[in-house]
Write a protein that binds this ligand. Structure first.
Ligand SMILES: [Zn+2]
Length: 111
């Protein structure tokens, strides 16, 4: 055993290094709990936004149109697509793109 450590353990008072260690450890635990609380709050808030229109807050409905999966809002008529669907649309030929876009807004714009 290290002679210096042995002397510290024999003392009733914690050394300055021990006090600093525990203070730093306590501060780190406090920061960790704070991060967990914020993360938990963010997770709960995200759940309340799931499948809600980012424009008006109404429920979104997932539909498949010409092989594309899109989310539609019947309240404000917003249409939302994921990046993969957007990439497919960008790769489509002009005529096919026109058809996809018409199909996407069909049903929403006819209200
Ligand atoms: Zn909406």
């Amino acid at each position: 055993m290290n002679e210096r450590l042995g002397r510290q353990r024999m003392s009733d008072k914690p050394s300055r290094n021990e006090a600093e260690y525990f203070a730093l450890r306590e501060a780190e635990l406090h920061r960790e709990r704070h991060r967990e609380t914020i993360q938990s709050h963010d997770d709960e808030e995200r759940k309340t936004h799931f499948m809600k229109c980012p424009h008006c807050g109404a429920d979104l409905t997932t539909v498949s149109v010409d092989g594309l999966t899109i989310d539609r809002c019947r309240e404000c008529q917003g249409v939302y697509i994921e990046a993969k669907a957007a990439e497919r649309m960008l790769k489509a030929k002009q005529e096919a793109l026109h058809g996809m876009f018409k199909s996407m807004i069909r049903g929403v714009s006819s209200h």
